[in-house]
Ligand binder design. Structure first.
Ligand code: DGJ
Length: 732
């Protein structure tokens, strides 16, 4: 075996008894604190997947084999070897051969900071064609990232027709999946179903945003119907912002086979000799503590492995202007809103859409995208005046842009019509406002232009602390004037690589500016972009009741400091529902708190309650935004309530939320058992955000042992319609 660097992750053959040496020579064990992935890497043979689950030690590898050898299948199956099975890779070689036959060439491990990276090089038996499989296992987080790098030195281009990031197997049993499905205004709804024979495909073909309809993430519950806090769960997240496909195949054998990668039905990649094609990461986790346990692993990874920008920082409490004034932005309204949010205790004001355009003014949503100059009629004293007003009020200032888009009614389009994506010889298809198009982000000139939008804003107004980066149109016109004809099939890939390059430049120059990923709501909740963004806008639907469902689903994979949740007006602008202000506050408080309304239209009660919510939120914000999430009672279980909580690492502080979802006469709401506390500690309860004019609830001021709270549970003060409560628990 060539060049095997010995380490904890590789080559245990010498440790193993002779009876196992055939099957287990070249075992590759990739471990995190509580999980292990086991592969067989025998030189000259195909790479085999043996196990993923609870952590095993080196001297236990043989036990996996002794117990059952059934998962012993090819790790990165290719089309053609053999031809009759599903595959992760399909390449048409330079001479027209469609088949690929990979065997192990070498295994290397390196320690990189808080992770150990194992690289397994696979080579085709005949062609100069190489796939390197990467496995990055964190020492302090239960997450393994895997991806592949494909390259060759054939005489001409090799056409990649399928190029998954990874493939793994789960033993068949009562395996269920939980995945997020929805649409604009109803993002991240949880769908739960058993894996049954056939192929379950989750994919996205929007082109630009990929999380409105389905998310590129799945939870696999291995012990039957998913439970929030019990059972074994494997979680998988594809870290890609473009089209993707997750295929889950169950045929008449022992395993479910899971493939995840860039969607290859809509993309074909012509790989030049020596070019390296890197697939996006597929992040895998495992927990024995149910869905919530797997979520905590994702949250920890997001916050501490750079997968969420500034993941370990708390976020400011903000007012965003959109639902307050929509496009009707002007200096007076902006100044008044800044004064109001400052008076309520907020820390940041964000001016949304409507502030820009000169020749074409942004008075409707059908013009001006691309012309990032201040509308002097609306803001005669420019951004400088607004920035100063923010400073006077002791708050920060943020601004909305939609830099990847252009309206045909804009000076930019008049100057550079070729910068819009457009299908060759076909009429343009417009999006929002009947005029909106996407810029060709594959084009480096366009990348410079987009970087310049941010660069100009931030060099001219270094006080801008926050950018809301919106994306309101799909990739509707499939064609690039920049890419050559033989690379048009790269558009769905190169668009996102271009976007990533822009974000890398922005982050290199402006590491501290807070940037929100908005995409007509939650269209960009994905781990492809989150390393560059601080948070995402969960949905354009701010109805508090529906938000409980959407926030629940989003929290499966995303931590609370990534989830922008805003108190909005009643009646709600999307659903027309009238929900009491306390409930609206309590729902928004469970994530990154903000407001999305016109403060001048608030009632006294709304203002007082929101001010109280902001004040109380500040005292527990670190636990909510950076703590460990335990989802307790799911709204999807229709038990009449929903409940969740956060704890700090020391288990000294916790914040508990409960919401009444239905209100029936004589309805018995569940007694809720808390989680994540120390059974030996006593916790004093304090009600937060007490309803204006009301007394704190009966639990307030009382002390309970962690053991009682977790094993017996508490009755909830949830009488009446839209009742809700937020409780702080402090260890005494
Ligand atoms: C869609 C976003 O989701 C909204 O919050 C708002 O920013 C509008 N775009 C502005 O056009």
């Amino acid at each position: 075996m060539k060049n095997y660097m010995m380490g904890a992750a590789v080559a245990f053959c010498s440790l193993l008894p002779a009876s196992h040496s055939f099957a287990w020579s070249g075992s590759v064990l990739v471990s995190t604190p509580n999980t292990s992935l086991l592969l067989h890497a025998n030189e000259g043979e195909d790479l085999r997947f043996a196990y993923f689950g609870d952590r095993i030690e080196e001297n236990q590898i043989h036990q996996i084999h002794d117990a059952w050898d059934g998962l012993n299948r090819t790790t990165y199956p290719t089309f053609g070897s053999p031809a009759n099975q599903l595959f992760a890779l399909q390449a048409v070689h330079a001479d027209g051969n469609w088949t690929t036959d990979l065997t192990v060439d070498q295994v290397e491990t390196t320690d990189t900071g808080n992770a150990r990276q194992t690289v397994i090089t696979l080579k085709d038996r005949v062609y100069p064609f190489t796939v390197k499989l990467y496995y990055k296992a964190y020492n302090d987080i239960d997450m393994i990232e895997t991806w592949s790098e494909i390259s060759h030195t054939e005489k001409k281009t090799v056409v990649l027709k399928r190029f998954d990031s990874g493939h793994f197997m789960i033993r068949r049993g009562d395996v269920w999946i939980s995945h997020l499905h929805g649409s604009w205004g109803d993002e991240a709804g949880v769908t739960t179903e058993p894996l049954t024979p056939g192929i379950k495909l989750i994919e996205n073909v929007d082109g630009a945003r990929n999380a409105h309809a389905d998310h590129a993430e799945v939870m696999f519950s291995l012990d039957g119907k998913p439970q929030e806090n019990e059972g074994r769960v494997i979680g998988a997240a594809l870290c890609w912002s473009g089209n993707y496909a997750i295929r889950m195949a169950t045929d008449n054998n022992f395993v479910h086979r899971i493939f995840a990668g860039i969607d290859s039905e809509t993309a074909e990649y012509n790989l030049a000799p020596k070019e390296v094609f890197a697939t996006p990461k597929l992040a895998l986790t495992y927990s024995q503590e149910g869905l919530s346990g797997a979520s905590r692993n994702f949250h920890r990874w997001a916050r501490h492995a750079g997968m969420l920008c500034h993941g370990d920082r708390v976020r400011d409490i903000l007012l965003n202007s959109w639902e307050g004034v929509y496009l009707d932005v002007d200096e007076e309204k902006m100044s008044q809103m800044m004064e109001d949010i400052a008076a309520m205790g907020g820390e940041l004001f964000v001016m949304d859409d409507g502030w820009f355009g000169d020749k074409y003014r942004r008075v409707q949503d059908n013009s001006s995208l691309g012309d990032w100059v201040v509308d002097k009629k609306k803001l005669p004293n420019g951004l400088e005046n607004l920035v100063q007003t923010a400073q006077k009020n002791g708050i920060k200032f943020g601004i909305w842009i939609e830099p990847e888009a252009v309206n045909s009614k804009s000076e930019l389009f008049e100057k550079h019509p070729e910068w819009a994506l457009q299908a060759l010889d076909r009429p343009l298809i417009y999006g929002r406002g009947g005029t909106q198009l996407l810029l060709d982000v594959c084009n480096p000139e366009v990348q410079d232009f987009i970087f310049g939008i941010v660069d100009n804003l931030l060099t001219q107004h270094p006080q801008i602390a926050y950018i809301k980066w919106d994306a309101n149109v799909e990739l509707r016109n499939y064609g690039s004037t920049y890419l050559p004809r033989d690379k048009q099939s790269h558009i769905y890939i190169d668009y996102h690589r271009g976007l990533e390059k822009i974000m890398q430049r922005i982050r290199a120059k402006y590491p501290d500016v807070v940037i929100q990923a908005c995409a007509s709501g939650g269209g960009r909740a994905n781990y492809g972009v989150m390393p560059y963004f601080d948070e995402f806008w969960v949905s354009d639907n701010t109805d508090a009741l529906q938000r409980i469902y959407m926030q629940w689903g989003s929290s499966y994979f995303y931590p609370s400091n990534a989830m922008a949740q805003h108190i909005s007006a009643a009646p709600n602008h999307q659903t027309g529902r009238v929900i009491p202000i306390k409930f609206r506050c309590d729902v928004a408080m469970s994530g990154r708190l903000g407001l999305e309304l016109q403060p001048s239209k608030m009632t006294e009660e709304e203002r007082a309650q929101s001010t109280q919510a902001i004040k109380d939120y500040k005292t527990v914000r670190d636990v909510i935004q950076l703590g460990n999430l335990y989802r307790l009672v799911s709204p999807y279980d229709h038990k009449g309530i929903a409940s969740l909580m956060y704890t700090d690492d020391a288990k000294d502080k916790a914040v508990f939320f409960a919401y009444k979802m239905d209100n029936f006469v004589n309805q018995v709401v569940p007694r809720v058992c808390l989680r994540g506390l120390d059974p030996s500690k006593n916790y004093r309860v304090k009600e937060l955000n007490v309803r204006t004019g009301a007394r704190p609830c009966f639990l307030d001021g009382k002390t309970f042992s962690g053991r009682l709270l977790m094993n017996t549970g508490i009755e909830l003060p949830l009488g009446g319609d839209y009742a809700s409560c937020v409780l702080e628990l402090t260890a005494e």
